[in-house]
Unconditional design. Structure first.
Length: 485
């Protein structure tokens, strides 16, 4: 390990203490845009997870007994600290993740808003009384699980690290958080702020590989509540692995191959804006919710594709730290190679490139920038149209009528988001009813709203987040019956 790397090792937070991995091993953090070494962080494994879960379990009784308003106050304090350090945290994610600064700055703002939102719900986690007769009272309590494991992905490192611990903490649980091994630095900086706001052991941050530290969290019998954001393949493995130990409550927000349908009466300017925004090109399409299948009525297909292609060609790929950059770098080499393989696959399947279609050289940067890409002449059942790429690749597919649009929209194994552009109220509500998705936008795309539940159906996951449903999912109902006399 070089002297530079040794000087920049960031430790884990376990039980209020800063710790190296039990093995002494570390992982590299590299800037995906420049390729430069940012530092090192611990390669935690089952031994470190055992310590973290033990610390969380030890902190749980006192944290559970802490009044809900005081738990909320700790979360508000953390939100305030994140707001104070938002620019620093955004800069860490830019260097570690490769997405443009304006997007990572927005992520910090969303994290602050979501933490404050869940803090405000602290007194809404309540039970109910149930009429059972004049000589008794029946009521429910909502009780925390204990130790919660939260495993987050690489595409929104700070936003997920900060916001996804909010609901479990307000509900009275303690947390073991594992960030992606590709983007751990902002979570470790967040851990420093956490120590200023929460008692020791209430929040623990363990870094390392998903197959090692992540698997140990999933398998630990004392972690009775798990939540994961990531791919379908890993989500399925988590369900299997968790079930091998004890009965656990598991929520999953997984992948998507999401449709955006444009009908003949749509406002074309708004629909083009929606297609660009919905694909999340500004973080290189690396989002489960990206509307990556563009379904356009055949009567306006060619005009729409021409307009959209011009918009994509005008987007600037550049250094992520520059304010004028629209698209940054793919987060790591394996993901870059995956995206490039799908560009080749699309051509092999007979699709035609209308915009982008390859990598681009950015002066002074590493070779990991992919242009926003639009494929046309795509078959609905092709791999390009069926498989999640998690990159800046949009496929355009024409449709003839409403039934055809719905059939194409529902032809994949995913069901996370969907979008429809139309001036017809009947089509709008029918599409919202008939499309198989957890979230639907009408004449809009990609926007999230505080208190609105977010999550998928089919292989896109189970459970809902971002609303009161998320808070309730971290507390189990207990029924109490009292007979008088």
């Amino acid at each position: 390990m070089s002297a530079v790397a040794e000087a920049t090792v960031r430790p884990m937070l376990i039980g209020g203490e800063w710790r190296s991995a039990a093995s002494g091993e570390t992982l590299e953090a590299r800037d995906p845009a420049s390729g430069g070494l940012l530092g090192r962080f611990p390669r935690g494994d089952v031994r470190d997870v055992e310590l973290a879960v033990g610390a969380a379990a030890a902190a749980f009784p006192a944290w559970r007994a802490t009044p809900a308003t005081e738990r909320a106050a700790c979360l508000v304090a953390l939100a305030d600290r994140v707001a104070e350090h938002a620019e620093e945290l955004a800069a860490i994610d830019v260097a570690d993740n490769g997405s443009p600064i304006k997007e990572m700055r927005n992520d910090a703002g969303i994290a602050v808003a979501q933490m404050r939102y869940f803090a405000g719900l602290a007194l809404q986690l309540r039970g109910e009384t149930i009429p059972t007769g004049h000589d008794r009272v029946n009521y429910t309590l909502r009780e925390p699980f204990g130790v919660v494991g939260r495993i987050i992905p690489f595409n929104h490192p700070l936003m997920f690290a900060a916001s996804k611990i909010a609901a479990p903490l307000v509900a009275g649980n303690t947390v073991v958080l594992k960030p992606s091994e590709h983007t751990s630095l902002s979570a470790l900086r967040l851990a420093e702020l956490i120590t200023e706001c929460f008692p020791a052991g209430v929040v623990n941050v363990v870094t390392g590989l998903g197959a090692e530290a992540g698997d140990a969290i999933v398998a630990h019998p004392a972690v009775r509540r798990l939540a994961f954001i990531g791919s379908v393949e890993i989500g399925l493995s988590i369900q299997r692995r968790a079930a091998e130990q004890v009965v656990k409550a598991v929520t999953l927000e997984l992948g998507g191959k999401n449709p955006i349908a444009v009908f003949p009466d749509a406002d074309l300017d708004a629909a083009v804006d929606g297609a660009v925004r919905g694909m999340n090109f500004t973080w290189q399409g690396q989002s489960c919710g990206s509307t990556s299948r563009l379904l356009v009525h055949e009567s306006l297909h060619d005009e729409f594709v021409e307009r959209l292609a011009a918009r994509l060609e005008a987007m600037r790929s550049g250094p992520p730290a520059e304010e004028s950059t629209d698209t940054g770098a793919i987060v790591h080499e394996r993901q870059f190679e995956k995206v490039m393989s799908y560009l080749e696959l699309g051509r092999q399947e007979g699709a035609r490139v209308a915009a982008g279609g390859g990598k681009v050289a950015v002066e002074g940067m590493a070779d990991r920038f992919v242009r926003p890409t639009l494929f046309v002449d795509v078959e609905p059942d092709s791999r390009l149209a069926q498989e999640e790429i998690f990159g800046p690749v949009l496929t355009a597919i024409p449709f003839r009528d409403y039934e055809g649009a719905i059939a194409i929209a529902n032809s994949v194994s995913y069901g996370l988001t969907a979008s429809v552009f139309t001036g017809d109220l009947g089509i709008a509500h029918s599409f919202a009813r008939d499309v198989e998705a957890g979230d639907v936008w009408v004449n809009d795309s990609s926007r999230h709203f505080l208190s609105a539940p977010y999550g998928g159906v089919k292989n896109s996951g189970v459970g809902r987040e971002e609303g009161i449903e998320e808070l309730q999912s971290y507390a189990e109902p207990k029924n109490v019956n009292v007979r008088f006399g």
